[in-house]
Design a protein around this ligand. Structure first.
Ligand SMILES: [Zn+2]
Length: 198
């Protein structure tokens, strides 16, 4: 069982201010190492992909998403999980509704978030991307705290791995017709505004 830690505004701000990288892990994230990772075979990191997830859909702050990403979810735990039998997925980071960060895979390893995908002619995006999941659904708003954590996280990763702004995309952009997340609930204008203002 993962600890449920809900920071107040002040604590979240101080966590975010101290956010940095140490051997490809976030210093201020909760580490939940996942077996769903692989060595990046040749390509360097050059893309950030934003996703959303919640299990069951629309239910937040439970253990199911971390359990899915670490291979410890039993599909018997909920009727909605039948389709997840044998599914091995992960992301580098999950940003929970209250703005806390859970990291499952170190950034120098490939996390299994993209599936069949391509960006600007380069296929198999897991190899060269970092996957960030926002706890949520495609059609509901993300929280202020999630933007508050996401923006500095993206800046840190862009700086740490030399990723230009035009290579921060949604899952929908690398798997069109198959994926639609993070969906209309994600305010890209707000995200870019906050990113540029920092
Ligand atoms: Zn996705």
């Amino acid at each position: 069982m993962l600890p449920v830690f809900i920071p107040n505004e002040e604590v979240l701000t101080s966590l975010i201010e101290r956010l940095s990288l140490e051997h490809h892990w976030l210093t201020e994230g909760l580490r939940c190492p996942s077996p769903h990772q692989s060595v990046r075979l040749k390509e360097t990191i050059s893309l950030i992909v934003l996703h959303c997830i919640s299990l069951p859909a629309g239910h937040f702050a439970n253990r199911y998403v971390p359990a899915l990403f670490t291979g410890t979810l039993s599909t018997k735990e909920h009727a909605d999980f039948a389709d997840l039998e044998g599914v091995k997925v992960s992301a580098h980071v999950l940003i929970r509704r209250e703005g806390t960060l859970l990291q499952f895979v170190p950034f120098d390893q490939a996390a299994w978030h993209a599936g069949v995908s391509a960006y600007q002619g380069q296929s198999g995006c897991n190899e060269f991307s970092i996957g960030i999941e926002l706890e949520g659904t495609e059609h509901s708003s993300y929280t202020d705290q999630q933007y508050q954590a996401l923006v500095p996280l993206i800046q840190l990763l862009q700086k740490g791995y030399s990723i230009p702004e035009d290579r921060v995309v949604g899952h929908a952009d690398i798997a069109p017709g198959r994926k639609t997340d993070p969906g209309p609930g994600f305010d890209w204008d707000r995200f870019w505004r906050q990113l540029q203002a920092r």
